[in-house]
Design a protein around this ligand. Structure first.
Ligand SMILES: *Cc1c(COP(=O)(O)O)cnc(C)c1O
Ligand code: SF4
Length: 445
């Protein structure tokens, strides 16, 4: 199939007072809606409050479904008016934004039997709490454990957000001592050149904290580049336009870095083209004009961006905003969101369809973050993929010895294989078989 974005749809970006169709926001002026303080204050953190805002928009059955969904969710709730306004409430079950942020019990599926808490083993690769050092020259610094919104599918649901009925979390709070230990460690490792400042989410750092972390990292001779990672632009672009202290702090660090010959960029996380409005466009233009590079890391999710038309539209629209589509991740094995995962074959198909639709540097690399700590692997580089059992096997020679397994979601497999996964000895036999074949393949090239 030839993948053209129809009629240049990627340039048709939602404009005007898109929030007015939500009765609770009908009277909200443009000025108020564009104020990040209003967006934060009005963000909904309690299911009961969400249900209040949605009264009259959705059926009682849907509301009941949401209440039960929350009772079973590993993530806490936080959703901005900006996002709520972008959901099509006449069809909430199929809306790509509803799917990412609001669980409904009727669509949940059982977790994969091989799913483990902290499946990426970020904690065991952490020399200092909140610093994961897995690759030789780059490390991941989790500066805090809160976010401007909470996503159902968060890979770090082991730490991010407040405790839920389902999960008691480890804490990675903003803490000067913990940060200093992280900076000391970074300084002590001369091969480290590159830091990802994440969390939680850098949007929730105060302007002074952006400056503090930024200057601390810039002052380290070994550090050549770093990125602030934030979902902010996708969930509350208003902040970039109205929290001047925060935006100025970010730009000041990037400017200072440039003077020192060091690269400071922003990594964000748009998953679906509907998350982009004219306000997002303005925010991205402001960052572009002030010289900041922005890259995007999306997660492949069923019903969100697994259709080729949607993925193509996302990629083209990001490029149109001068945001580089950097990665598309296979969905990690995360508790409670099996309904969101797609089989590896979906990623393989999409990658094939996307390559060629636009500039190579705006074409994302499709990766799987190998469970067990193998790190990111290009999805096509498997040693073996058994599409029947849904097992794929990767090696990561520059990261960690051994083989790493990724598992397609059970629902995507045939009924008889689904039954086999329910049986412990058959399960082990499928895994052993996949490892055997992978071992034979591994030295072929
Ligand atoms: C993703 C990641 C990085 C950065 O990797 P890139 O491929 O450069 O984006 C660094 N450390 C950890 C632990 C990561 O998961
Ligand atoms: S913004 Fe990022 S870290 Fe925060 S809940 Fe969402 S995916 Fe997790």
């Amino acid at each position: 199939m030839r993948m053209n974005v129809k009629d240049m749809d990627h340039r048709k970006i939602v404009d005007g007072s898109y929030w007015e169709k939500i009765p609770a926001y009908k009277e909200i002026s443009t000025e108020t809606f564009r104020d990040y303080k209003w967006q934060s204050k009005q963000s909904i953190t309690k299911p009961s409050k969400l249900l209040d805002v949605l009264k009259g928009l959705v059926s009682d059955d849907f509301i009941e479904d949401v209440s039960q969904g929350f009772a079973r969710a590993p993530m806490s709730l936080r959703i901005s008016p900006h996002l709520l306004s972008l959901i099509d409430w006449s069809n909430p079950y199929d809306d790509p934004l509803r799917i990412q942020f609001i669980p409904v019990a009727s669509r949940l599926r059982e977790d994969h039997p091989e799913l483990r808490f902290d499946s990426l083993k970020e904690q065991s690769d952490s020399p200092v709490p909140g610093l994961t050092h897995r690759y030789p020259d780059k490390a991941l610094f989790l500066a805090l454990d809160t976010c401007p919104v909470y996503c159902r599918f968060c890979t770090r649901s082991y730490a991010v957000g407040i405790d839920t009925d389902q999960v008691e979390k480890i804490q990675l709070k903003v803490n000067a001592d913990r940060w200093d230990k992280a900076f000391e460690y970074i300084q002590s490792q001369p091969q480290l050149e590159d830091i990802v400042v994440s969390g939680g989410d850098a949007y929730n750092l105060r302007a002074e904290q952006i400056l503090q972390i930024g200057h601390a990292l810039l002052s380290l001779d070994n550090i050549r580049r770093f990125r602030f990672a934030t979902k902010g632009p996708a969930v509350m672009p208003q902040k970039i336009l109205s929290d001047h202290a925060w935006t100025d702090a970010l730009i000041a660090i990037s400017d200072r870095g440039r003077q020192l010959g060091k690269e400071v960029v922003l990594h964000t996380h748009f998953n679906n083209p509907n998350e982009i409005t004219s306000i997002s466009q303005e925010a991205m233009l402001l960052l572009f004009q002030r010289g900041l590079t922005v890259r995007n890391q999306a997660v492949l999710q069923r019903g969100v961006n697994d259709a080729s038309e949607t993925m193509a539209l996302l990629i083209k629209r990001l490029g149109y905003l001068n945001v580089h589509p950097y990665y598309i991740y296979m969905h990690d094995l995360v508790k409670g969101v099996e309904d969101l995962r797609t089989p590896l074959s979906t990623g393989l198909r999409l990658e094939k369809q996307m390559r060629g639709i636009t500039a190579g540097f705006n074409t994302p690399t499709f990766v799987v973050d190998a469970p067990g700590g193998g790190g990111k692997r290009a999805i096509h580089s498997f040693e073996h993929y058994n599409i029947e059992t849904g097992i794929s096997v990767y090696s990561a020679p520059s990261v960690k010895p051994g083989l790493f397994l990724y598992y397609d979601p059970i629902y995507s497999l045939s009924q008889s294989i689904q039954n086999d996964w329910g049986n412990a000895s058959k399960r082990q036999a499928m895994i052993d078989d996949a490892l055997d074949v992978a071992h034979k393949n591994i030295d072929r090239y």
